[in-house]
Structure formats: C-alpha cells, structure tokens
Write a protein that binds this ligand. Structure first.
Ligand code: BGC
Ligand code: CA
Length: 293
C-alpha cells in the first residue's frame, strides 16, 4: 500500500499545479488565491516563493528557460530567478469574474489552460490553447471549473476534467493540428467521495486523479472505467498530482486549506501542505512537457 509522506509543511489556501524540474531537482507549485509560485529544492531544502500580484492558476516550464503562467489576467512569461513577469495575452480581458485554473503543455509544446468563474457555479469558463506563435485559440466552451488534463503516450487521446460534471472525458486528439473530437465519458466518478480535480497519467496510460474534499487520489484504467487503487490522505482537499523525483518514480501532491473551518483544521493540521508518495514504481511517469514558444 502506498502511503503519502509530508514533503513540506505549508498553509497554502489553494496549493495546486505541481511541476517537477528534473534538471534542478526542484518542485514548483502554485498557491492560486494569494498568487504565489513556490520552488522547493528537494536536495538542499531551499524554498523560495514569488508573489505575482494576481491569482495564478498554473505554471509550465518553457523550453528556452523560465516558466509560462496562466493567471487571473491571462498568459505571462515568468522569470522566477529575477522575479519578473512579461504579459503575453489575455483571452478573457472582458470577463473580470473569471480566472485561469489548471493547465499543461501537450507534446508539441502548446499550453492548454482553462478558466473558471470565481463563484465556481456557472459554466462561464473555457479551455484555451496558447500556441507557440503566442496566438490563443478557444477549444471548449461552457466549462464550470476547468481542471485536470492528460494525454496518452502516443498522443491520440486527451483526457479532461470539468470538476462539477464528475466525469473524466476523453477526446480523440491530433497532435499535429491540436484538434479534439469525439468526446465521450472515460470514467464516471459520481460514486466517489469528493470532486475530481487535478490529474496525471502514468507510463501504462492509467490516470491518477486528485479528489477535492475526498481525502484521496484514485488510479483508473480509462479503457474500462475501473478504479485500480486508492491512496488515502490525512487532509480532505487533494488538488493535483504529478510524477517526479529520480526516474519519475515518486508522486508529488498539492492540497488546499481554503474554506476549512477551525474545527476542520484541527482535524487536518497539514491541510495546504505538499506530500510525496515515494516509489510508486520505476519510470511510473514522465516529466512535464515544456512550452515551445
Ligand atoms: C479550483 C478551486 C475549486 C477546486 C475544487 C480547483 O481547481 O481552483 O477553486 O474549489 O478545484 O473544485
Ligand atoms: Ca485544480
């Protein structure tokens, strides 16, 4: 049985979007609501944060160095060391009640990132791609809380989670053109405790889904819809997971503290911390795709 261990005690309101940097042995993640990007060096214990002055939904590495972020006010290049931002474009400049949430790059280096309304209850969000020429394209409309994204290893299927729908959908994916088609339900998770949030995929093509309010991560076979294993946590709001560490055998997991009462926090004092599950398997995952623009 896999057990989560505390990696670093934190009080993130909405810890999210862990990204492994294998060159520097660092884990990045964000705390969306206060607008912090965190970097933690696993070997040295060095922990640095950069407050970007607005909500930050997701970060991805950039092939030429630095990061790209999807934030409250659109896409930005980020130089974490110099602590500088460079605005790229904001596809929702006219939607002040929305912000970016989860996002990830595909194997061609395009940045897919989705939005959500602050009230988390209307389908006012969308999923976009920032292409390598820095143009933006709308891919999916009518999303309420745009969350987990993953692609299979031959880049023929994309998986996606709009949290309140409580299903993981699959699309046929064309890496060349970024077209998605033939939407279908891959896994129906209505019976699960909590809401499906962030997601990653392992080298066998199995999905790992973090459950907000569900105290767990569940692994699924998206071809059959069956759940394969469950990892329980000492905190309720599990937001996102990614593979990292030597040979990508470990899983890093972010959690959230927002909306927990004093009584809740007494029962889950580690809410908002980052956890690691060591040795999920050798070469269980792979590194994040980087933005190629
Ligand atoms: C969003 C949160 C939301 C949570 C659970 C996260 O991705 O950023 O605002 O509460 O999903 O649905
Ligand atoms: Ca999320």
């Amino acid at each position: 049985m896999h057990q989560p261990e505390l990696l670093i005690k934190q009080t993130c309101l909405l810890g999210e979007g862990p990204v492994w940097d294998d060159k520097n042995n660092c884990l990045y993640w964000v705390d969306i609501l206060p607008g912090d990007i965190h970097r933690y060096n696993i070997a040295s214990g060095d922990h640095t944060t950069f407050n970007v002055g607005q909500m930050v939904g997701a970060i991805v590495p950039r092939r030429s160095g630095g990061l790209v972020a999807a934030m409250q006010h659109g896409f930005y290049f980020v130089d974490f060391d110099k602590k500088t931002l460079h605005a790229i474009t904001d596809p929702e400049a006219l939607l002040p009640n929305n912000r970016f949430n989860d996002g990830k790059c595909d194997a061609a280096g395009r940045f897919w990132a989705g939005t959500m309304p602050f009230n988390e209850s209307e389908p006012a969000g969308s999923l976009y791609i920032l292409s390598t020429d820095l143009s933006v394209q709308l891919k999916i409309k009518g999303v309420t809380i745009s969350n987990g994204l993953a692609w299979n290893s031959d880049n023929t299927v994309m998986y996606y989670i709009d949290t309140p729908t409580r299903v993981i959908v699959a699309y046929d994916f064309d890496l060349q053109t970024a077209s998605i088609s033939n939407q279908r339900v891959a896994v129906d998770v209505h019976g699960e405790k909590g809401y499906p949030d962030g997601m990653t995929i392992d080298t066998d093509g199995m999905l790992w889904v973090a459950y907000y309010g569900g105290w767990q991560i569940v692994q699924y076979n998206p071809h059959t819809g069956a759940s394969l294993q469950r990892i329980n946590f000492p905190v309720a709001n599990i937001t996102c997971c990614t593979f990292g560490g030597p040979s990508f055998a470990d899983m890093y997991v972010t959690t959230a503290r927002k909306e927990l009462s004093e009584a809740d926090l007494q029962k889950q004092p580690l809410a908002g911390s980052v956890f690691v599950i060591k040795n999920i398997g050798p070469n269980a995952g792979s590194g994040p795709n980087a933005f190629a623009g």
